[in-house]
Write a protein that binds this ligand. Structure first.
Ligand code: COA
Ligand code: NAP
Length: 293
């Protein structure tokens, strides 16, 4: 859908076809999850999988039209479960606070926070402006801190809870200096918050996806330049990840099955971090970087 405003454009999301439960279907019964950036991509599928396991959700990001469309698709696919939407920019603490207050007014509780919102693009460090670098850090890292702290103040401090930070194994990857820095800082924040908030029964964990098919992240970060088959060849499990892979991992970490797991980030990438993420091919082939001899 497009309204003329670039911020209002979006592709309508679709739910999983013929979903079969592998977890107990009521594993999140009675819980409420807040998923930032849940109107699209991986966040949308996390919302769907959570709803399919008994959870009511709240999704929030900048584009309200996209969120409202996602709500309609989700509530139609999973009758009986609710999806609350609110517009907010994670870079604006007042908007985040207002959004968390709205979620608490709607549901009276929030048990799980998934920090999934992010911004990214491919750019060599030499072409990156300070503002571009700062912008990604602001959305990913500062945004994750702001939303976590706001939910902590408003609810988790008194009641406990679970935070799942969506990360990525990007360290050393070409054209990702900005996002690699942001996600490394998020992984560090995951550990610090897990330590400080552990005694309050707050678990803080992360999930680091590899390349995930059918996402904005994948198409923006080179997916349109190389075929999926070519990318898969360089991954030990010989396939791209799916949104469902990530959503099921987040579900596991947010469930009681993971009740003794905190302060760690789980990589879900078919083993690609071992073989491909630091590949020099991208730099040499796509950017034409000629090594100095
Ligand atoms: N390459 C280099 N610099 C870029 C860029 C690109 N592709 N896109 C934006 N920038 C720079 C801008 O030039 C600007 O820097 P400047 O002021 O020095 O010129 C800075 O980044 C901010 O850009 P702006 O367009 O104002 O940011 P925004 O807040 O509107 O959007 C983005 C944030 C750029 C991250 C945008 O891509 C976005 O909204 N992404 C969300 C979805 C997404 O990325 N999903 C994938 C998740 S993995
Ligand atoms: P996506 O659909 O673009 O998801 C990003 C979401 O963040 C969007 O819904 C966007 O919504 C929201 N967002 C962006 N800027 C925001 C802001 N300033 N405030 C609030 N929300 C904002 O992309 P995706 O590929 O599914 O990525 C989801 C997560 O997975 C990200 O954390 C990404 O880094 C991570 N990841 C993805 C891959 C992959 O292959 N796709 C791999 C590794 C990690 P609005 O535009 O409405 O704000």
């Amino acid at each position: 859908m497009a309204t003329g405003n670039k911020m209002d454009s979006f592709e309508e999301e679709k739910c999983l076809q013929d979903y079969k439960h592998v977890f107990y279907p009521h594993i999140l019964e009675g819980k409420v999850a807040f998923i930032t950036g849940g109107g699209s991509g991986i966040g949308f599928t996390i919302a769907e999988i959570f709803m399919r396991h008994g959870c009511n959700v709240a999704i929030a990001s900048r584009n309200l039209l996209k969120l409202q469309a996602a709500k309609k698709v989700l509530e139609t696919a999973v009758p009986g479960r609710k999806c609350f939407v609110a517009a907010m920019d994670v870079r604006k603490p007042e908007q985040v606070k207002e959004c968390v207050n709205q979620i608490l007014s709607e549901y009276g509780r929030v048990d799980i926070l998934v920090n999934n919102s992010a911004g990214n693009f491919l750019c060599l460090a030499e072409s990156l402006s300070t503002n571009a670098y700062r912008n990604v850090i602001d959305i990913d890292t500062v945004g994750t801190f702001t939303v976590s702290k706001t939910v902590y103040d408003a609810y988790f401090k008194a009641n406990g809870g679970i935070i799942v930070n969506i990360s990525a194994n990007l360290t050393g990857q070409p054209m990702q200096a900005h996002a690699a820095s942001a996600k490394a800082a998020i992984d560090s924040l995951t550990k610090s918050l897990a330590v400080e908030w552990g005694p309050l029964k707050i678990r803080v964990v992360g999930v680091a996806p590899g390349p995930i098919a059918d996402t904005v992240g994948y198409s923006k970060l080179g997916g349109s330049m190389i075929s999926e088959d070519e990318i898969a060849k360089d991954i030990p499990l010989q396939r791209l990840g799916t949104r469902k892979d990530i959503a099921h991992t987040v579900l596991f970490l947010a469930s009681d099955l993971a009740s003794n797991i905190t302060g760690t980030t789980l990589t879900v990438d078919g083993g690609s971090v071992l073989t491909s993420s630091r590949s020099m091919n991208a730099l040499v082939e796509f950017v034409g970087r000629t090594p100095r001899m």
